[in-house]
Design a protein around this ligand. Sequence first.
Ligand code: ADP
Ligand code: MG
Length: 456
Amino acid sequence: MRKEKNTVWEQACHHLKETLPADIYEKWIAVIQCRCVEEDRAVLVVGNDFYQSWLEEHYLPLIKDALAVTSGRNFQIELAVDYNLISEKTEKKEKGTSILPARRASATPTNLNKNYTFDSFVVGPSNQFAHAAAIASAQSPSRAYNPLFVYGGVGLGKTHLMQAIGNFVASKHPRGKICYTTCEAFTNEYIEALQANMLSKFRKKYRTVEVLMIDDVHFLAGKERMQEEFFHTFNAIFENHKQIVMTSDRPAGELSGLTPRLVSRFEWGLVVELETPDIETRVAILRKKCEQLALTIDQGLLFYLAERISSNIRRLEGALIRVASFISLTGQGLDRSKLEYLLRDTLDQEKQHAISIENIQKTVAEHFDLRVSDIVGPRRPKNIAWPRQLAMYLSRTMTDRSFPVIGDAFDRNHATIVHACQQVKTRQYEDLKLRQTLALLQQRISHNAQKAGGKL
Ligand code: ADP
Ligand code: MG
């Protein structure tokens, strides 16, 4: 198989090299890596999603043809993204200016990403406290705050900050055993150890560390057996006076299905929150990323990105890379409409984020001449129950919140929200008036969200 993968793809490349202008070939084809070739399917991999969409839009038919011509077979092509991909060619050729290498997770023996340091972490009001706590924990592990519990939304820097602690400790104590793992990987490893009768090895590995960092502990919610194991790991490390750092998408007390004894342990040390950064911090983060990636980007453009993308730094960084890739690979400038097009998916996601459930409840209540307290309250007369179901449906379709989160906002359980969404969805097919009401409500909700965000 390996041999076939190489020859089929190499021959296709050879063909493309002969048919395409040299610079186009180097820019767009030489960077592709072939992962696997099967009977009628080939998996090709590129280093970021900009390459993926550009290749899909512009070069996929050519690649397909080249494969067909050289192998005599028709292939379905799957074009995947692997951010860790380092194409040797790209690295050699574009060292220092490439958009690719910077995204790779450069593993040190501690399995940490060495780009995630305190130096590369921009401090602002939204993360000042968490940052200070992380520095203190890194400087005196197990003595400052133990455990350190960092929580916050997706893409706000939890993993970065946690690994910065690990990298710092590793640089000071190169011999210390520093262990970073995601809670999911930890769980999988536990299950494997259990199956292979290797629990004592598993326990030894995790209970003899200097610093244990467990990322995304919200993954433990509802997993009783794992919580039990984690409880003992926690106690062993704590009693050994070693540092524990954890991250989660919400405070321990709000993780449903987490045993009270774990909740209380998670709160023993210091609990800090990473909040959404303000515009100045977002601009500073973009500048820092430009510096790291050796990108020269117009300041106005940076400001535009920071202004439009506010809820998630990973998304902001993704947009920067997309824009930088576009400029460097096409040699074209970007005007406002091109920019909107290039970032359309990201901007849509942001819009969804900007819409709050509160806004929906308020808008629906106003429309039906009710109070918000009626919408979220326990009463069930029909004139309230139906608008309430509409608000639940709109919360699900107009935001990126999950059923449980919406359930919390309406003081109902998850199943009630699922039921409401099904009701409204089914009824709209036969009810023109309902469709009109929904359209009107959607329009008002978007309008209110923009007004609240200062965009109107
Ligand atoms: P989380 O774990 O909270 O989902 P990450 O730590 O993975 O988020 O951060 C997402 C991206 O944003 C990473 O590339 C990280 O380097 C970057 N990032 C987040 N916060 C900051 C910050 N304060 N300064 C610089 N980069 C940041
Ligand atoms: Mg993370």
